[in-house]
Design a protein around this ligand. Structure first.
Ligand code: FCB
Length: 452
């Protein structure tokens, strides 16, 4: 057994990170635009105003995806581009951009996959409380309806929300991402429920307009623990830690977000931990939140592991000098075996890796090429583990490499390069990295060349 013949080999991006054209054709402001311009939050005070200017280079970019041989492309729709005030008025030109992108992808033979929310909340809604306001469930439902009515005739794959661990956990809990707030436990619990309900409304809208054909999921992240060996004791210990929640960092966990959606209830132990603070939801609300989904999307870069040496000394690294990427993330390929296994065994849904990749020190060499051997080695190691999961009978339906091209890496700005395609931000010139040619061959051989 190996990757299925219709395996969705792809690459991913997010609107705010690559589109640019931040005020063009009637687009409204998002919170990231606001905080970038406020200054003091992003490396070198960079902004995503222009970024890769994908908005104007869309056809060229889809042609490059075709050259790489992608079967799928995961991108996000910018809420403020489509609805400048977040609700009410629709910006036709913004919607047209995504419609054209979808057409272009389809004619290139690439399956479009849409993420509805990848962090750029319309500023106008942030001013009304954003994710802290319970009305956001309806706002998100309204926005989803606008998008699915227009694109749902051609787009089958939908992801409602990207990584609530980050925009809620880092954004509202730890002050590390827009809107850079630190709220109390009760506020975090309520904001989480607003996310669950918004997700539910979006699923309702997608099913209504796209129907049974639709393939719906979410794209969360979270820590998955890598066992030291495959003994059943060690497997159970790591599984347990991967789905644990605690009072201080519940919003970073896996089960906090996934159990409500996939199992229809809070994770076990929530009542004991939160007591009266735990929001009560009606049966109708739980039903809407936990409508059946079609796959479990997962964004994954590194696994959690025991520290071989002094934990306090090495923090998240495994041991002295252990390999890590430019982001400081540990290279732990086994996570692409254990994450699909653990999620599949708990939620019984096909798995899609919705993001995986690495930031490298990539530049254009004197020969005009970008020799990113480390990205090839990284991806090969991770994909071999994913293949091991497939061979063990885990239903894995796709892999979306992060990212299709270098782009604006949130608070890190442009210094982190994650792309298969190199972007020179001075000229906007695109260059396929060596990894893009290699990935082409992986796709063409449906993964057979990984082990040679
Ligand atoms: C994920 C985000 C994505 C990108 C990668 C590196 O957490 O979803 O937008 O920034 O990390």
């Amino acid at each position: 057994m190996s990757f299925s013949k219709d395996f969705l080999w792809g690459a991913a991006s997010a609107a705010h990170q690559l589109e640019g054209a931040y005020l063009e054709d009637g687009k409204g402001l998002g919170i990231w635009n606001f905080f970038e311009h406020e200054g003091g939050h992003i490396a070198y005070n960079e902004t995503a105003d222009v970024s890769c200017d994908h908005y104007h280079h869309m056809k060229e970019d889809v042609a490059l995806m075709k050259q790489i041989g992608l079967k799928s492309y995961r991108f996000s729709v910018s809420w403020p581009r489509v609805m400048p005030e977040g609700i009410g008025r629709v910006n036709e030109k913004g919607l047209q951009f995504y419609s054209d992108l979808v057409d272009e992808l389809i004619s290139a033979g690439i399956e479009p996959m849409i993420t509805l929310f990848h962090w750029n909340l319309p500023l106008a809604l942030f001013e009304k409380g954003g994710w802290k306001n319970p009305d956001i469930a309806d706002w998100f439902g309204e926005y989803t309806e606008v998008v699915v009515k227009r694109l749902g005739d051609r787009v089958k794959y939908w992801m409602t929300i990207n990584e609530p661990q980050m925009f809620i956990g880092f954004g509202l809990g730890m002050g590390l991402m827009a809107p850079f707030e630190k709220n109390d436990t009760q506020t975090m619990l309520n904001a989480s429920v607003n996310v669950f309900r918004a997700h539910g409304k979006a699923v309702t809208a997608i099913r209504k307009y796209v129907g049974a054909e639709a393939k719906i999921g979410m794209a969360p992240t979270g820590s998955v623990w890598i066992p030291k060996d495959d003994s059943s004791k060690e497997l159970e210990r790591c599984r347990e830690m991967s789905f644990a929640i605690d009072k201080d960092s519940f919003f970073m966990g896996n089960s906090w977000w996934a159990d409500p959606l996939f199992l229809g209830h809070y994770p076990e132990g929530s009542e004991e931990i939160f007591g009266d603070m735990l929001p009560k939801l009606s049966k109708e609300e739980w039903d809407e939140i936990s409508q059946p989904l079609d796959f479990y999307g997962f964004n994954v870069y590194e696994g959690a592991h025991e520290h071989f040496d002094d934990e306090t000394k090495y923090g998240r690294y495994e041991y002295m000098g252990s390999p890590h990427t430019m982001m400081g993330w540990s290279i732990t390929p086994e996570v692409l075996y254990y994450a699909p296994k653990f999620f599949y065994e708990r939620y019984h849904k096909p798995i899609m890796i919705t993001e995986n990749g690495m930031a490298g020190m990539d530049w254009e060499s004197m020969d005009g090429k970008v020799h990113d051997y480390q990205r090839i080695d990284f991806t090969r190691r991770y994909l071999l583990e994913l293949e091991r999961a497939v061979n063990d009978g885990i239903d894995v339906i796709g892999y979306q490499h992060w990212s299709i091209m270098d782009n604006f890496e949130w608070c890190q700005g442009y210094k982190m390069r994650f792309g298969l395609i190199h972007v020179d931000y001075r000229t906007l010139k695109r260059t396929l990295k060596d990894s893009a040619y290699w990935y082409h061959d992986v796709i063409a051989s449906n993964g057979a060349n990984l082990s040679v």
